[in-house]
Design a protein around this ligand. Sequence first.
Ligand code: SAH
Ligand code: SF4
Length: 367
Amino acid sequence: MEMPENIFEKIDGGGELSIGETAFLLGMQEKSGMEILFRKAYAVKLKNVGNKVYLRGLIELSNICEKNCYYCGIRKSNTLNKRYMMTEEEILKAAIWAYENKYGSIVLQSGERTDETFINFIENIIKNIKKASGGKLGITLCLGEQTEETYRKWFEAGAHRYLLRIETSNRELYGKLHPADHSFDKRLKCLELIKKTGYQIGTGVMTGLPFQTFENLAEDILFFKKMDIDMIGMGPYIPHKDTPLGVRALHENFDKKYALELGLKMIAVTRIVLKDVNIAATTALQALNDKGREMGLMAGANVIMPNITDTKYRAAYQLYQDKPCLDENASLCRECIKKRIEETGESIGYDEWGDSPHFRSRRNDKN
Ligand code: SAH
Ligand code: SF4
């Protein structure tokens, strides 16, 4: 495709990109074009959110899941997985470690469960983490689709952010990636409920999915904008051999370099369009390249989620293959991440929640 006229000048002037122009940027393959794009996105990031990187300690508390997403390594039907659930004590210990190491906030993530026992377990954990940190440690939840009542219960217990990726904003593509009983409308509805409850809201998509077009991704960015999203967590789709979609993608020769570049371009264009949101450089980038997350920071991301899950559980929580740092404990990870971020020239926002300016202005609008 030919370069639309003056596309980079349009970015500099803050002009609105069309779907065609956005798709063009995402599809660019020339190194020189990508480098310009990343530089422009980095400038937009500096201007709108600064060069501070916020850390969210990621606790993968259980790989038990009721769902069967075709892409995910911990899907219910993957019988090869040994299932685990961390104890309350273990989760609390990890959270306190994050607090003492000045991470500012944590993310509780797991497979999806909607039973009473689980709901109460999480409510209790949130309360205890809040108590143990004198209310200071921020808590983000990434626990899938729940009822309005459950979202409210967890919010009232003290969680203040919720991440639920839409995975793709294209209904048809969503249908190809999930069994028939996984509803796109329900996921959409959940995002609305999360927002209504009062959480800072995060969503995102996987990039490089089978069947996905650059136009689909351009529409995803528009979707983030329309939904008035505060935080974005996106990452490259990485095949897992024990999943229906993974078998297919691996057969078609999954290209790591291509997947990484597409993931980075998506971060960059999202930063250029949304400007003042928080964007995570996710671990999936690091799975494709040792420096993937640092590259994400240079392409416009400003959040990193270091894994603080006990190493004994990590191998069993593989959403995709070749997950990095399976044997690196939280302390090693802390040093490693500090060094990596410092090498990029960015600074670390220790002991800060690091809310996005977008959330702050959304809240002020309401008052
Ligand atoms: N069960 C919750 C949270 C855990 S899954 C939920 O689904 O919302 C967290 C994210 O992992 C998903 O949103 C999905 O985008 C991502 N994921 C799953 N399988 C993946 C794969 N093979 N490659 C990359 N990301 C994947
Ligand atoms: Fe379960 Fe989330 Fe994986 Fe889907 S993506 S199978 S809901 S853990």
